[in-house]
Design a binder for this molecule. Sequence first.
Ligand code: GRG
Length: 311
Amino acid sequence: MSTKIKAEIKIEDYLSAKKDQIDNHLRKLLCESNCSEGSILWDAIKYSLFNGGKRIRGILCIAAYESIKELLNNKDDFTQDSLSTSCSLELIHTMSLIHDDLPCMDNDDLRRGKPSCHKAFDEAIAILAGDAMLSLAFYFIAENTKNISLIQKNELIKILSSVFSFGLVPGQIMDLFSTNKKNINSTTIEKISRLKTAELIKGSILSGVIIALDIRNKNDIYLEPNKSIIEKLSDFGTKIGLAFQITDDILDTKSDSKIPGKTSYPLLHGIENAKIYAQNLSDSAKSILENTGAKSPSLYKLSEYIINRTC
Ligand code: GRG
């Protein structure tokens, strides 16, 4: 570990504690919102939300919030707002998985080792559950980030909506068009990975950064003095996002559930080269992090966990 980022944390303990916090907060927010218990829509939403997800995006948001709050010596406590935002990120992530599994997309019967939403319920319910979850993500920001300024809320909405419209959806379309196509090159694969996966991971980190900013002098140029931190963390997010997808592809090549016709970095360049590339991305992300001056053992260790994970 670098000399600059010294404090040790046990990443497994950190991941497990933050996952529990996010799960509990999600349950609380769902309970408080207008969902009618027992209706098939909410059964499908809860089935997909509490189906063993790792909560990486939510955890990255919280870790970025904690790290940047400390770096800026911001005494405001926006922990609850960061938790609500991490729930919104997990809603967006999970709904994208529900839609990704649909017969018209990847046609996957299993998700996280269990029947995917359209298999456990049906296709129409899976589509509608995803639709409701996407809107609910923005409702949670509007209703449950109670302490941050309206400028910050606006920024969060901009990050989440742009990540979805300009990242996930175009990435999914490129992915659909490239399945079963020959001559798919590294540039196309990297673009799909950046759009489908890295943008939401970057957005998760940026959301945490925005919540951590000191807004005591509330005005619409509050982002300006923090431009350099925002840019560095954005770069950090893209790098670990790409590393996350390459690692996912490496894990896929070893599992039985990989989708036929899909080209990936390890399939094109071999597993060893893919591992080297993911390691380089993670190393470069860690250097960027050190450059911010943040003493962030959680983000540092998360950059390592993302490429060393086994699921
Ligand atoms: C809603 C119209 C519409 C489109 C959504 C389907 C879609 C656009 C985008 C797909 C995005 C996608 C499924 C990307 C894959 C990202 C990825 C590697 C997912 C697995 O992430 P983990 O391992 O999942 O964090 P867990 O299960 O831990 O939550």
